[in-house]
Design a protein around this ligand. Sequence first.
Ligand SMILES: [Zn+2]
Length: 241
Amino acid sequence: MVSSVPDLLAGWELGLSADESRRAVVLHSLARPGEPADRLLAMPVGERDGDLVALRRRLFGDAVPLRAACGECGEELEFAFDLAAIPAAAEPDGERRVTSGDWTVLVRQPTAGDLLAVAAAPPGRARLVLLAACVAEATRGQQPASADQLPPEVCRLVAEACAAADPRADITLAIACAVCGHKTAAALDIGAVLWAELDNWARSLLLDVHLLARTYGWTEADVFALSPLRRRYYLELAGHD
Ligand SMILES: [Zn+2]
């Protein structure tokens, strides 16, 4: 797992020019440096998100501050999501078979690469692209069928089987409203959270480099070599606190 400042900044630069779906791939490569891109893209989404959770815990700790509006009264809820409390999920269980009437579908979990294909799909096609990614094989009676031929009821069963096969792909918790007591489900998008934090960290660090370089004539490498505490102290001494 990457933790050197130059490596993290290089990842941040790559992520800046990428869209949201590609950013998750960049973050994943920071979590698993040296892993070939095709191996990363072939990983089930839940496994990828598990790697992102581990990277986030290592870089920024266990508590993720989150906000959500109460689904009942609209009250703004603030809470901290404890990443350490996410249960160590069982291994995803590979393929599942769904049957309904004369339909039989072999369902597989979507991978990180599938999500890229979904994000790149033309408007209105994303659902079908995701469905096709989850369908390893479909038959009606003895006849092979494609994902776009599945009736709505079978599509629903496929989506359920997909979610059940890889529970780690969905990190959700129920927040009780302090005003009305209603429990609102809040989902954690670990890729988006981690990107926002990395972006914030990188911009703040570069500002520190700018201020310290201007004051002391230090190079980027000089500033990176300082611990965060010593960096803050020099900034204070230079009147930049
Ligand atoms: Zn409420």
